[in-house]
Write a protein that binds this ligand. Structure first.
Ligand SMILES: [Zn+2]
Length: 205
C-alpha cells in the first residue's frame, strides 16, 4: 500500500487474510497493536505461535487437543457413550453441542465440508478416519449422528456420509431441521440445538 511503511503494511496484509476481516478492519487492528504496549504485542505474537505448536489433533476423533494429550479428553473419558458418534464440521461445533449437555456420546470432526465450488472433495476431510472408527469398532458404534451445518455444503456432506456409512452401522441419523437454513451450528442457540438433536431422524437410503 502506497505511503505505508513496510512493517505497518505487512501487519495490515496479515490481518486481511483472516476470515471476515476487510482492509478497514485490518488497518484498525494494526494501529491498535501499534498503540498497545510491547508486552501486549508480544503476548499476541506468542499466542499465535503457540496455537500452532501446542495444539495437536486427536488420533481418534480428529478434534483439536493439547499437544501430548492424545486421545483427547472426550475420547479418553470412559463415561462417554462409545456407541454413538456425532459428526461435525469444526471443533467449534463440538463446543456448541457440549454446551447443551444433551449429548453424552463421542464426536468426529471432519474439519470442513464437501464443497465442489471450492474444490473441496471428501478426500480433503477426515472421512477415512471416520470409516475406520465405524468399521474397526467390532460393532461398538450403533449410531452415527450427522450434525453437519444445515447449508448446501453440510447437506451434501451428510448425504455422502450416509451412503458411505449406511452398510457399516445400525443407524445413521441426521439432526432435525429447525436450525436456521444456511446457518452455522456454532451460532445456534442452545434450545434450538437441543431440539435439533432430540428430533434427529434416520436417514432414508
Ligand atoms: Zn478425541
Amino acid at each position: 500500500m502506497a505511503g505505508l511503511i513496510a512493517p505497518v503494511a505487512r501487519l495490515i496484509e496479515e490481518f486481511s487474510k483472516l476470515p471476515g476481516v476487510g482492509t478497514k478492519t485490518a488497518q484498525r487492528l494494526t494501529y491498535h497493536v501499534l498503540r498497545a504496549s510491547t508486552d501486549d504485542a508480544r503476548a499476541l505474537a506468542a499466542a499465535l505461535v503457540a496455537i500452532k505448536e501446542e495444539v495437536a489433533y486427536c488420533s481418534i476423533c480428529c478434534n483439536i487437543t493439547e499437544a501430548g494429550v492424545d486421545p483427547c479428553d472426550i475420547c479418553a473419558d470412559p463415561r462417554r457413550d462409545a456407541s454413538r458418534i456425532c459428526v461435525v464440521e469444526e471443533p467449534l461445533d463440538v463446543l456448541a453441542i457440549e454446551r447443551t449437555g444433551e449429548f453424552r456420546g463421542r464426536y468426529h470432526v471432519l474439519h470442513g465440508a464437501i464443497s465442489p465450488i471450492d474444490g473441496i472433495g471428501p478426500e480433503r476431510l477426515r472421512v477415512r478416519e471416520l470409516i475406520a472408527r465405524v468399521e474397526g469398532g467390532s460393532g461398538e458404534v450403533q449410531e452415527v449422528i450427522l450434525a453437519t451445518n444445515p447449508n448446501l455444503e453440510g447437506e451434501a456432506t451428510a448425504m455422502y456420509l450416509a451412503d458411505l456409512l449406511g452398510p457399516h452401522v445400525a443407524a445413521v441419523t441426521r439432526i432435525a431441521r429447525g436450525l436456521p437454513v444456511g446457518g452455522d451450528l456454532e451460532y445456534a442457540d442452545d434450545v434450538t440445538l437441543i431440539r435439533s438433536l432430540q428430533g434427529r431422524r434416520l436417514v432414508e437410503r
